[in-house]
Structure formats: C-alpha cells, structure tokens
Design a protein around this ligand. Structure first.
Ligand SMILES: [Zn+2]
Length: 60
C-alpha cells in the first residue's frame, strides 16, 4: 500500500543569509530567497526539492 503524499507547508531557512521563508512542499514554482536570491526550493514532478534548511513543518 502506497501512502498518499501529504502536502505541507515548510518553514525553510536560507543557507546563505538565514532569511526564513514558508515553502509549500509540493510547490510547482522554484522558490528563491527574497533577501539574497539563493534558491530555496526547486520544483519537481511531485514533491519539491528543498535546498534550504528545513526548520519545521507547519500544520495547516
Ligand atoms: Zn538568502
């Protein structure tokens, strides 16, 4: 049995400048740091590739 992928919002910290951002785990767009432009999440077929440091998952 395959578990259903659960989409969540993640609190991600930029590895470069420390700025925090909220990223949807299944984002369909690349997410870049608002402060320095570092890529924080990269879209993929299903679950996004999180490149920043995941601080926590936010419940909806
Ligand atoms: Zn940054």
């Amino acid at each position: 049995m395959i578990p259903k992928p659960r989409s969540t919002f993640l609190s991600v910290q930029c590895p470069k400048c420390g700025e925090k951002a909220v990223v949807f785990s299944h984002t369909t767009a690349d997410i870049v740091c608002k402060s320095c432009g570092e890529m924080l999440a990269q879209k993929s077929g299903s679950k996004a590739l999180i490149l920043g440091k995941i601080l926590s998952a936010l419940d909806q």
